[in-house]
Ligand binder design. Sequence first.
Ligand SMILES: *[C@@H]1O[C@H](CO)[C@@H](O)[C@H](O)[C@H]1NC(C)=O
Ligand SMILES: *[C@@H]1O[C@H](CO)[C@@H](O)[C@H](O)[C@H]1NC(C)=O
Ligand SMILES: *[C@@H]1O[C@H](CO)[C@@H](O)[C@H](O)[C@H]1NC(C)=O
Ligand SMILES: *[C@@H]1O[C@H](CO)[C@@H](O)[C@H](O)[C@H]1NC(C)=O
Length: 643
Amino acid sequence: MMPSFKMWITLVAGAFAIIHASSIEYTVLTRSLAQDALIEEGISEEIVSLPSNPSTECGIWLAPSTIPGAGLGMYAGRDFRKGDLLQEYGDVVIPIIDIESHAREYSPEKWNFLWDEYTWDAESLQMDHEGFGHVNVASPGFGAAANSFLGIFNVEEYSPMPYDETASLHRSKDPGLGGFSMYGNRLSVAKRDISAGQEFFVSYGENWFETRPQMKTVPLFKDLKRANQLFRSFRKLIQVDKEQGIPEEMAKELWDVFIRNNKFDGSRILGAFHHDDPNELEILKKMSLQSLRKLQSTRSLEWIEEHGTCGDHLKAGPSELAQAGRGAFASRFLPVDTVVAHVPLIHISDRGRLNMYQLETRSKQLRPSRSKGLLGQQILLNYCYGHGESTLLLCPYGPMVNYINHNATKANVRLRWADPQRGNHMPELLERSLEELDTNATAKLAFELVALRDIQAGEEIYLDYGEEWEQAWHGHLVKWQQQVKDHRDDLGNYTSARQLNADKRSRLYTEFDQIESPRYPANVEIKCEKLFLDNDDWEEFAANNTIDDYLRSHRDELLPCEIMRVERIDGQLRYTVVMKEPDPDDDSLLINHLEEHLPRQAIRFVDKPYTSDIFLTNAFRHDIRIPNEMFPQAWRNAIQTER
Ligand SMILES: *[C@@H]1O[C@H](CO)[C@@H](O)[C@H](O)[C@H]1NC(C)=O
Ligand SMILES: *[C@@H]1O[C@H](CO)[C@@H](O)[C@H](O)[C@H]1NC(C)=O
Ligand SMILES: *[C@@H]1O[C@H](CO)[C@@H](O)[C@H](O)[C@H]1NC(C)=O
Ligand SMILES: *[C@@H]1O[C@H](CO)[C@@H](O)[C@H](O)[C@H]1NC(C)=O
């Protein structure tokens, strides 16, 4: 997806003559933008639709994006109404914790990490407390595989849901805990009506584009609308002049000179036009720029079926394997040989990049230190595919595939390299070295998962992760039993934030209750939902008991907070808290806000950095193994990595 935007821009920016036309451009711009106040939201609600007859039930497709050079995209296979969930259970999200600090210890050379182009900032997903510095979030499916076109974005993504099903798992008795991400069910919702064949666009946020210099002419939320106004002003200008006898060809020439062939350096409004399209002027007489872009981001279902792979054959749910967390299940009957999922991959050519080191305090800050020894590996490792003779890891970012668990005897799908006609796989890379893979920082490899036999709707999907994985798992179980025996007391006494959050009824302790002795374990902190700061909207939802739904769709970041008072109001416990918000002018200062009578939902326990189960030194870590016969000779750079 994103690196590819570069190419889109190159296309758009394929400027011809550089003409300095500032005076006229200025006239046109000021005319059209004087009514800025009229632009409330840049996105029109008009629906653009191609006639379509879905031949399968598939609601989500992965296929080449309509944005030139943007690689893979996601498409609607049927109509969705505004507010519809696009998947009934959201995807897993995987925290990547302080990776730059750890990776610098591992190898101080120039930092490149392809995942950086595909991750989300942890704060808005309420996962930043896991690390001491910078936590990023890998969010497969809509979070990573869908492209972003802010002017016509149509998919809203919620925060991951707290993983309540696992509240009963505990580190003193469950060897699987710490081996999978505790964050998931990140739901995607139709932001507006979406018709079959339209490409899905999520919002990466304006900041994502603003911080990438190569994207300085990519239109943001309101720029399509502004460009459309610019066009209409231009038309008006021409019409005035036409009465005085200016012919249509001259109007076209004016447009070409001042808009289409303009260098438009740094203008997102001029960047909103397709400068390589000589017919755009004619088309814009008949429809708005927004409608045109929607139409251009729509493919026929026949095209999508020919060039894509269904992206919702799988759905997630609690696995039948007790220690595996969630699993993937067939959402419909899948006959033998069906491509159950397309598996686009992000490569990490040196798996040592996922090493994490023990922490030490240096100049009052926590820092990883290689000399103190290895702490473990990022939890991301467990979601990536690798091979014993190579340092390469290939990590999937397509919908739902990260939920698939291992079982050699029950395996009902197998792996193969993807069909290059569908999506984003370049088979010639299988013959090149890993260094070459790295010189070109975009995702260009993909697997697909194929049904080994008929799979019934609702059956859990299993893949054989390979013999080395299975041996490592059994080795883990034995070692784990011994370690737990040796540390039974401290393990048994451990209480996670997850357990505390699962108890929704008990009255919480205030700061005053805790003066004599703390009532909560030292490994948790109390935070408050920023959503409840200066905002009473929740009261309407409290009235009909739907605060949880309100939170799910509006969740913001968490702020440090202190509980000052508890009262019972109309039979409900209500809390008075002090929320501490970083001062926008000085990050090191906190502004205190007193908020009265908040519901329990406003308060969350979080684990302190490096204390949650994924940091257990005895948590399982192993990559999924790629079958030997599939793995290219050219990538076998580390014959001795395995003991
Ligand atoms: C795979 O499934 C079989 C049959 O249910 C079970 O006995 C076995 O323990 C499973 N293997 C793993 C590694 O979970
Ligand atoms: C990078 O990959 C693209 C195809 O995706 C190819 O056209 C281009 O030549 C490659 N660039 C380099 C430097 O290898
Ligand atoms: C764990 O709890 C038990 C019983 O409550 C107590 O005797 C023991 O000292 C505690 N251990 C630790 C390490 O806190
Ligand atoms: C509950 O109230 C909110 C706010 O008035 C409203 O938007 C929502 O639809 C209501 N939900 C139910 C289930 O009644």
